[in-house]
Design a protein around this ligand. Structure first.
Ligand code: ADP
Ligand code: MG
Length: 218
């Protein structure tokens, strides 16, 4: 075996997979745009679906002209595009997250390294947004998703075997935002009236993790 070729037990997170992930997120955001908008109309200003659709459509266009040097380059380009094209809070938050994940994945990576990249993504969201778990934000879906991915990766799971429970946990985390009172972002202006609605950002984070699960099994 070529000593310069790293050995992987299963398919690594490589450039093609990174591109497929972003395309799957863009497709999911496109399909779920009206649902995200409805959720954001209830406790925000109704633009979450259109914000993310604009951002990921621009990310796809940016990837078309890119000759990525590794999986991280795809994610970094996506993050930079989200920051420049999305005006709402979610643009910089997801943008910083994708850039942080990109920086953590310069080369094809095994599941344990992908777990650390997902962790760096969550750290970036928390550094910028200062949200704690329970504040009814992106953090409430990403935190349980990361825990599930990391636990699976630690026991030797493949990417697909780690991403599936992570997506389930993200969806559960999004549902669990319903009874919470928002303490960050626009929804926090509603105080008690934010209770009883699912958070749009936690919902889109569940789409991001479901897209990863769908991509790794495909
Ligand atoms: P805006 O609130 O500027 O209209 P969006 O509608 O695109 O932006 O995104 C709203 C989502 O952003 C919220 O549902 C919430 O999940 C997320 N969000 C807002 N502020 C924060 C924060 N400080 N930390 C993490 N997520 C946040
Ligand atoms: Mg909004």
């Amino acid at each position: 075996m070529d000593p310069d070729t790293p050995a992987f037990d299963s398919r690594p997170f490589d450039t093609a997979l990174a591109e497929a992930w972003i395309r799957a997120v863009a497709a999911a955001v496109d399909q779920e745009q009206s649902r995200l908008t409805e959720l954001d109309s209830a406790i925000g200003d109704g633009d979450h679906g259109s914000n993310l659709r604009r951002g990921f459509t621009a990310a796809l266009a940016a990837l078309d002209g890119l000759h990525p040097t590794g999986p991280g380059a795809v994610l970094t380009k996506t993050g930079t595009t989200l920051i420049s094209k999305v005006g709402g809070a979610s643009g910089p938050l997801y943008g910083k997250a994708f850039r942080a994940m990109g920086a953590a994945l310069p080369e094809p990576a095994a599941p344990a390294t992908v777990a650390e990249a997902l962790s760096a993504g969550l750290d970036a969201v928390r550094l910028l947004g200062k949200a704690e778990p329970g504040d009814k934000t992106i953090v409430d879906a990403w935190t349980p998703a990361l825990a599930a991915f990391r636990a699976a990766a630690a026991t030797g799971a493949t990417l697909a075997e780690a991403a599936a429970p992570a997506a389930d946990a993200a969806e559960q985390g999004a549902r669990d935002t319903v009874p919470l009172r928002a303490r960050k972002g626009r929804a926090s202006y509603l105080g008690e009236r934010s209770i009883g609605h699912q958070d749009p950002g936690a919902t889109s984070t569940a789409l991001v993790f479901r897209a990863l699960a769908d991509t790794t099994t495909a």
